[in-house]
Write a protein that binds this ligand. Structure first.
Ligand SMILES: *Cc1c(COP(=O)(O)O)cnc(C)c1O
Length: 358
């Protein structure tokens, strides 16, 4: 199928194999076929989440579960680690849920520093912290291991982590790091169509949810847990997504998780080489650059919109022209999902062709 190939950081390209699985015939969501499907994929999901906890399938985009984490885990006060568009928005979402949300804000392009988190938590009184592991808008990856060590000093503060654009592409050992909610969406690192979110929650998270009033129904963590015990979801899920997920898990485990991580690192390195060869800079600080996308600083002041238009008309593909206030001052190239040495190599040739000469 000829189409505009996506190298934007989500949604990303969906393979023909995944689409074939997505369009399998329907099954009943309370029948044995569905239960067998969920049961079959669950151990592999736990392996990917690096958890012994149950893994849940939410028919929503990631924001559904991001909001749910606030509603289930935060009786009153939440600290939002903010370093870009997605992490910044979590403050607003928390307030719209009626919570007292406070900002730990850093300049876009910078990571959240463990010392700053420690200082903020030392004030006391927080029920939870929200963190975006890989801030897709800025290409910053936060120092998760070090931030988790800080959280370990505050056992009453639950740790909510969004891994939408890093899940399965880099290791995120949920249980070892003491993460209380780890969530991801379907259309980025997992390269499925948009519309499904996956998450897991710790025993501490469930204990907190048990005391939470007004959890609602659709995103009630305890409903998810109860239904998962009999291999079901609370309401009718997007069965097509779960078929596609099964196919994707086959791909991931056939490649091998470590090989998958290595592939993302290698392809990301190819993009980084291109950036440097062409005299561009990185928007994110060294040591905190995402492995799944590259946010390029437009220090050469090229016409980013013209670059993307040329890519589209000449090579039938697009990259992203910068998120929100970064539009034009940055551009982003994704290497998430099923990309290979060949596809990224070709993209870089197309970029060379579309780039105005110096
Ligand atoms: C895209 C993205 C989201 C939001 O995902 P939706 O599917 O739009 O809900 C959240 N967090 C991160 C890090 C993202 O990249």
């Amino acid at each position: 199928m000829s189409h505009v190939k996506l190298f934007i950081p989500g949604p990303v390209e969906v393979s023909a194999k995944t689409f074939a699985a997505f369009s399998r015939p329907m099954i009943g969501h309370r029948g044995n076929d569905f239960k067998a499907l969920y049961r079959a994929i669950h151990p592999r999901l736990q392996q990917l989440f690096q958890t012994k906890q149950p893994v849940f399938l939410s028919t929503s985009s990631a924001w559904g579960v991001m909001e749910a984490a606030i509603r289930n885990l935060v009786p009153e006060r939440v600290l939002c680690c903010m370093c870009g568009a997605f992490s910044d928005k979590w403050l607003d979402v928390s307030r719209r849920c009626g919570k007292k949300a406070e900002a730990l804000q850093v300049e876009w392009g910078k990571p959240i520093r463990p010392e700053a988190l420690d200082q903020a938590l030392a004030q006391g009184g927080f029920d939870a912290v929200t963190l975006i592991h890989n801030e897709t808008s800025t290409g910053v990856v936060n120092p998760l291991v070090h931030l988790a060590k800080v959280l370990a000093k505050y056992p009453e503060v639950l740790f909510i982590v969004d891994s939408v654009s890093s899940f399965s592409a880099v290791p995120i050992p949920m249980d070892d790091l003491g993460i209380d909610v780890l969530l991801t969406g379907s259309q980025k690192a997992l390269a499925l169509p948009p519309g499904l979110a996956l998450f897991s929650a710790s025993d501490k998270a469930f204990a907190r949810a048990e005391k939470a009033k007004d959890r609602g129904y659709y995103f009630d963590f305890l409903e998810f847990r109860k239904n998962q015990e009999s291999d079901m979801t609370p309401s009718t899920p997007s069965i097509a997504h779960i078929h596609a997920l099964e196919s994707k898990l086959d791909d991931i485990f056939a490649e091998g998780i470590e090989a998958r991580h290595a592939r993302h690192a290698r392809l990301n390195g190819m993009v980084h080489d291109w950036v440097q060869k062409n005299g561009f800079e990185f928007f994110a600080d060294e040591g905190f650059r995402s492995k799944t996308l590259t946010c390029v600083a437009n220090n050469r002041k090229i016409d980013v919109a013209a670059l993307i238009a040329a890519l589209k008309s000449r090579h039938n593909c697009i990259i992203d022209g910068g998120y929100g206030k970064l539009k034009g001052n940055t551009f982003r190239i994704s290497n998430m999902g099923d990309e290979t040495d060949e596809t990224i190599g070709r993209l870089l040739e197309w970029l060379d062709d579309a780039l105005p000469s110096r």
